[in-house]
Design a protein around this ligand. Sequence first.
Ligand code: ZN
Length: 197
Amino acid sequence: MFSENTKKAGCIEVICGSMFSGKTEELIRRIRRAKFANLKIEIFKPTIDTRFSDEDVVSHDFHKIPCHAVKDPKEMLKIADDVQVVGIDEAQFYDMSLVDVAQELANRGIRVIIAGLDMDYLGKPFGPMPYLMAIAEDVRKVHAICVKCGALANYSHRLVNDDELVVLGEKEAYEPLCRDCFNKAMEKQDNPEYSGD
Ligand code: ZN
């Protein structure tokens, strides 16, 4: 895809966006195509993400593919010893060591496809994601639809009051918002008197 180099096909691809933007669906689409090509594949996700299932990467449209739940990214180096493609879902929950692990996997000649939230609920870059985006050969931002105005949504606005960085949940905990609606919602949260909506 990226060069005529036939020695090593290693590369890093990042798929990122807000909640409900279709990141995992896009990861699964790429993994399926690799499966059709009979490539050897391993898929990982952090152990922290226990939604629905311990063994599957599960997307919101219930397409699922088997994967390893792995706490420390370094475990991927051992498990993905003899594969051509590695998929990593919910990468924002890993620590910074994922950046070196992704590099090492790609340097081995592996195509590394990483999906994750680019921003946390405050609109700040999330965990290792900005670094992964910097070292990737290819970055795809996918978008949800703003539930307030219908524009493309970049932000995952948290609907529950909780200062924890990691709150797992589905529609009841987050809503996708565009820049303008996110800024208004955050301003409203900071000043309950605010009436500029
Ligand atoms: Zn909006």
